[in-house]
Ligand binder design. Structure first.
Ligand SMILES: NC(=O)c1ccc[n+]([C@@H]2O[C@H](COP(=O)([O-])OP(=O)(O)OC[C@H]3O[C@@H](n4cnc5c(N)ncnc54)[C@H](O)[C@@H]3O)[C@@H](O)[C@H]2O)c1
Length: 349
């Protein structure tokens, strides 16, 4: 299965299926004939997985970085660039990111800035990586002031979503990835009934197709379409901000998105944009993916409102993606009092 990302200047394909990681080598030979070295950026945890069996026709170098979010630092970027330079990696060579979204973000950013840009191929191995992070060219690292604050747009030359890599994901990582999958399912207006006997591969395909379409419509996040991908994320990010501050293990991003999606449906109902049926459908989809849809534990409503608002003090400028007669859209200037009431009920529910 091949899903094109039809960007005018640099179109590429997302290839999905069992064992597609083995096609990367032929791609390098065919499309990057001047490449002398392929540099795989990954973590030790990923490298020890049974499916980590890459073999390219060109010289292959593996650079290991810290696992997970710890990979996304400026010092780790610097270490990668130093190693690329020591190995005389040139602008004709290629970087291959292999891992979850954190690794593909770092590999993409290193490729964007090393020698002012080298080609990057992405082999995302988590659900979040496959349906979201590795597609669309947004690359970044974190700084103390916040996540993803330093980065660049740098599109990959190809993305290989190999379902064989997903078998080693832990249960919690898999469920965490389902937050993004449920978001895409709902954004596409698909119902609980349509889930039928769909498989993980089907969900990934629907999500990748949506992301590819949105990236083409709004490559640099300027015209607004890409903001739709924030569905469920306004409250989701706020919960993460508060929860991760007190316990880094309290919840995963996808779980926060699940709660954010359930909340967004209730807010849309309170604003008269949708009827009860949409709330029920949303809950049913979240249940199918075994995602939480209630705020458990105590959250201070004022703290959540501040985190959700662009104006942290006045709670003005509340903007959320909400469902409505014309489907999901970005809704600005939402009455903070309504948001507060829905949050309070949501917390008690
Ligand atoms: N660039 C974008 O557009 C974009 C979009 C969404 C998310 N992101 C970023 O992605 C990151 C989150 O990605 P994530 O959820 O994949 O987390 P992650 O990259 O931190 O990976 C989570 C854990 O899963 C492990 N893992 C990954 N694949 C595995 C496999 N096949 N088998 C066993 N273990 C595996 C990793 O080693 C890690 O320990 C965040 O940094 C986020 O900012 C970026």
């Amino acid at each position: 299965m091949r899903i094109p990302v039809n960007l005018r200047d640099a179109p590429y394909d997302v290839i999905l299926g069992d064992g597609v990681r083995h096609d990367v080598s032929a791609f390098i030979t065919q499309h990057l004939p001047r490449a002398r070295v392929a540099v795989i950026i990954t973590s030790p945890e990923i490298r020890r997985q049974p499916w980590f069996d890459f073999s390219f026709a060109v010289e292959t170098v593996v650079i290991e970085v810290a696992d997970g979010e710890a990979a996304k630092t400026l010092s780790s970027l610097e270490a990668v660039c130093e190693e690329l330079a020591q190995r005389h990696v040139s602008r004709h060579d290629v970087i291959v990111g292999v891992g979850g979204g954190a690794i593909t973000d770092l590999a993409g950013f290193a490729a964007a800035v090393y020698l002012r840009g080298v080609a990057v191929l992405q082999v995302p191995t988590s659900v979040v990586g496959q349906v979201d992070a590795a597609i669309g060219g947004k690359t970044a690292v974190n700084i103390a002031a916040g996540k993803n604050l330093v980065g660049a747009f740098h599109q990959p030359a190809g993305v290989w979503c190999d379902s064989e890599t997903l078998v080693t994901l832990s249960g919690r990582e898999r469920i965490a990835g389902m937050g993004e999958v449920a978001k895409c399912w709902l954004l596409e207006g698909r119902s609980r009934a349509a889930l039928g006997d769909a498989t993980l591969s089907d969900f990934i395909e629907v999500s990748v197709a949506l992301k590819a379409r949105i990236v083409v419509a709004d490559e640099f996040e300027q015209s607004g379409e890409r903001a739709l991908l924030n569905y469920g994320h306004t409250l989701g990010h706020a919960i993460e901000l508060v929860a991760l501050d007190r316990d880094a293990d309290e919840l995963r991003h996808g779980e926060a998105v699940g709660i954010g999606l359930a909340f967004a449906a209730r807010l849309a109902r309170a604003l008269g944009r949708v009827d009860e049926g949409v709330v029920d459908q949303t809950d049913a989809v979240l249940d199918f993916f075994q995602l939480p849809r209630r705020l458990s534990g105590h959250f201070d409503v004022d703290e959540l409102l501040s985190a959700m608002s662009r104006d942290k003090k006045a709670h003005h400028n509340l903007t959320l993606v909400l469902d409505g007669a014309a489907g999901c859209e970005v809704v600005a200037d939402i009455d903070p009092q309504v948001v507060r009431e829905v949050l309070e009920q949501f917390q008690e529910a």
